[in-house]
Design a protein around this ligand. Sequence first.
Ligand code: PMP
Length: 416
Amino acid sequence: MKTALHGGTELDVRAIRSDFPILARPVRRTPLVYLDNAATTQKPKAVLESIRAYYEEMNSNIHRGVHYLSELATKAYEDARDKVRRFLNAADAREIVFTRGATEAINLVAYAYGRAHVGPGDEILITGMEHHSNIVPWQFLRDEKGAKLQVAPIDDRGELVFEEFERLLTPRTKLVAVAHVSNALGTVNPIKRIVALAHARGVPVLVDGAQAVPHLTVDVRDLDCDFYAFSGHKIYAPTGIGVLYGKLALLDRMPPYQGGGEMILSVTFEKTEYKKTPYKFEAGTPNIEGAIALGAAIEYLNGIGIDHIAAHEHDLLRYATERLSAVPGLRIIGTAREKAGVISFELAGVHPHDVGTILDQEGIAIRTGHHCAQPVMDRFGVAATARASFGLYNTMEEVDALVAALGKVSQVFGKS
Ligand code: PMP
């Protein structure tokens, strides 16, 4: 099951699959074919083991304790922060804020940065391919401040219309918020170009990296973005942990997002002094185990090499695109020149939910629906799509299984 990679190296997919216990379980009495990685990824033993080890060897609350276990847990939590820093090539571990996920990271910026910098008549610029998580927080801000939400359109391939984006970047724009990779279309956005243009006009940029970190090497210093958000569960770590990267100077000037324990230096009834960045953004007992397990997931990915993973997934995407394009009546939605990880499609005359249900009978897990990106569905004139999304453990044989099962769907609906 080795797959040839660009650059002559090889990814041992069989060995990788054996790292993920769930992949060995049958589903509906057939082998599981898991193609719903954009929704969430499966977890390798190294991640599961890190959670077990945390609870068996060091479970304790962090930062406040003077006792041995608390010191161990605090060190493991802060080590995880540094692993994330290296993963994103951030300059300083203080630029890494642990959150519940990408959604909370974006809400944090909308609240703490947005409220201070966006006023009546100001504009926030997003794109037509955003996930609801990168739309709704800006609508809250817009409504609270009397601001305007501007949306740069996408074309029929699902690519950003760059000239329109440029035109919508006005002297009133206070923030650009854009997906690195679209979860519904797979489009990879030209983030460096977007950031350069926005910065030339003095506008900071938040990047929603939820769908990018599993598939691409992300270097926040090279991108020069101001904020970068992602979720652990999309890169083989648990749910309930995520990251906001922010440039230190920006984070330092932002007020806290939530109040409570962990984020304070001193409290009286009259006045509270906050801790410094990043702790002022981490109120309450955090997801300690999740942060540690995210660190373990990053180490696991580094051991394989993100570039190798990206090349393998690129091969899968190319092969799946070729094979799916040959299925009668199948239309791929999202044909950007640069794509990662995701193929959305519709099958003429068959509701995507029916496609998903029949595939499920074959043990094939895909996602159907609007993928939390209803404006994208509107743009392409569909209510929903079926979406196959790839991870490092997927194989060409699984793509073949998907195509064969789609043949059965067509049979059931009398299309062949
Ligand atoms: N942005 C994108 C592009 C996503 O795909 C997702 C998850 N589907 C999110 C944001 C939100 O991530 P989470 O639900 O983990 O906070």
